[in-house]
Design a protein around this ligand. Structure first.
Ligand SMILES: Cc1ncc(COP(=O)(O)O)c(C=O)c1O
Length: 491
């Protein structure tokens, strides 16, 4: 067990205790008497409460109300120690010798494996498709897995055509290319998103205009969109396209957005990287814009380890995507090229993984929605905790469950939750940092939800993504739930 961290003497001050807690891996201070026997433990919460009640940093910790430490004789079996931590909602227990001197500290971490945010969840069939590609030597470039994957993806996304590519970012880049977006064109894009929604606009030297979120679904605000379209229409600076992101698996309010776009004659590209398996108004998410991009990155609801796709009901656009994703060769026997193109096609091997995964999509959506429901049921009664909503006609995939903490009701910063959960080996992350707050974007225009409300920045500052993998066990979900509950209740 090594040296015990966080030990302080009976005359230590709150300041000393804070330093000891800071230095302790388990975030716990252990107060001992002159003989080295344990008196009590001190937590961040104890100190916070004392300071709020008027204590000073240089007051002795001995002034704290007494508290019986939870200790066990050394040699106590691990199961007993772990059960006590669970029962008492504590991070660590102290092991003592016969004179009640601390001789060891056992933290939760040493018992529990880590819980990841959104790891790949493989089924039984993927390796068979990959093996078949090996057996038939369809290693590259295209092949039967790729054709079958695209046919199935087109069906799942409610489209006539699909083209599998090397990533979701490549898909968005090609969407812009085949829609003839050129240098200097303005492209509206959801402000609250991963940077991959925006980077392809920059690849083409086009100009992003960042559109804020609406409060409920956290997706592109139709109100902000309308304001910006009105302004730009009057100024003669309408955009060449709008990239609408479906955040964390929830569809944006597509009917309102599409109505506005068609009123101003602007085409929509959907960034459905996070929303495969979700639906909106009776159609799959990704079945609404001219072109829609999906991602099969390792953290997505299904994966090809890395990959993406474009889907559309316009075969002409998908044929252009095919050409531009394979170096843009002109028709003919020889190698002739008339335009800049890319090596963006998915391989037949990776498409084999995707084929196996696509069959599992409905089950993966059910599992992720269940994770969301369990978190929500268990946590929504804690004052100040709420969750991302769905649009009226949307049924999200709940790719990630994102929890929001109301700073008016919870006096802990979300990062205090983040750090404590991470200390318990529970992987959680901040919500996306909005594009208008990124150094990369400081010179781009931003349209807020309304004149006096910026929604995306507030969401960023108050929200955390929780582990949401479809293979999570109930016990793992319960660990996340009790972790958050304990922190919220200052335990
Ligand atoms: C909203 C969004 N757009 C685009 C992408 C890019 O996808 P990829 O990682 O496959 O390039 C991602 C995810 O990574 C994403 O979350």
């Amino acid at each position: 067990m090594g040296k015990i961290q966080g030990i302080i003497g009976p005359t230590a001050t709150f300041r000393d205790a804070m330093a000891a807690i800071n230095a302790s891996e388990n975030q716990i201070g252990i107060v001992v008497d002159d003989a080295g026997s344990i008196n009590r433990t001190v937590s961040d919460g104890d100190i916070r409460r004392a300071l709020l009640n008027g204590a000073q940093l240089d007051d002795p910790v001995a002034n704290l109300p007494s508290k019986t430490p939870i200790t066990f004789p050394e040699g106590t079996p691990d199961e007993t120690l772990y059960a006590s931590m669970q029962e008492n909602g504590i991070q660590a227990v102290i092991l003592t010798d016969s004179a009640n001197r601390p001789v060891g500290l056992k933290g939760r971490r040493s018992f529990e494996p880590g819980i990841l945010l959104s790891p790949p969840h493989m089924g039984q069939e993927e390796t068979q498709f990959v093996q078949k590609a090996f057996d038939e030597n369809w290693i590259a470039p295209a092949g039967p897995n790729l054709n079958a994957f695209e046919a199935k993806l087109a069906e799942v996304s409610g489209r006539s055509n699909a083209m599998a590519l090397s990533s979701g970012t490549a898909a968005l880049h090609l969407a812009l290319r085949v829609m003839n977006i050129r240098a200097g064109d303005r492209v509206y894009v959801s402000d609250l998103t991963f940077v991959a929604s925006l980077n392809p606009i920059l690849y083409e030297d086009a100009v992003p205009v960042l559109i804020d979120s609406e409060p409920g679904s956290w997706n592109m605000s139709p109100l902000a969109l309308q304001t910006r379209l009105e302004k730009d229409s009057a100024a003669g600076t309408l955009p060449a396209a709008i990239i609408v992101v479906h955040l964390y698996g929830q569809s944006a309010d597509m009917n309102s957005i599409m109505e506005l776009a068609s009123q101003y004659g602007v085409q929509i590209i959907e960034d459905a990287a996070e929303s495969l398996g979700a639906s909106y108004d009776g159609k799959p998410s990704g079945a609404h814009g001219v072109l829609s991009a999906y991602s099969f990155n390792g953290n997505k609801i299904i994966t090809t380890s890395g990959g993406g796709a474009l889907v559309s009901d316009r075969p002409d656009l998908i044929e252009r995507v095919r050409k531009l994703s394979t170096q843009g060769r002109d028709p003919g026997d020889h190698y002739q090229h008339s335009e800049i193109a890319y090596n963006y096609r998915m391989s037949n091997i990776l498409a084999g993984i995707g084929l196996g995964q696509l069959d599992l999509l409905p089950a993966r959506v059910t599992a992720r929605r269940r994770v969301f429901e369990r978190y929500k049921d268990a946590l929504c009664d804690i004052p100040g905790i709420s969750f991302q909503g769905e649009t009226l006609l949307g049924e999200g995939s709940r790719w990630l469950t994102v929890v929001q903490f109301d700073p008016n009701k919870i006096d802990l910063h979300p990062y205090q939750f983040l750090r404590r959960l991470q200390a318990e080996r529970i992987d959680c992350r901040p919500a996306w940092k909005p594009m208008h707050l990124q150094p990369l974007c400081h010179h781009f225009e931003f349209e807020p939800h309304s004149e006096n409300q910026v929604v995306s920045a507030g969401l960023f500052l108050t929200s955390l993504c929780l582990p949401s993998g479809s293979a999570m066990s109930d016990a793992e979900q319960d660990r996340v739930i009790s972790g958050i509950t304990n922190i919220a209740q200052n335990r």
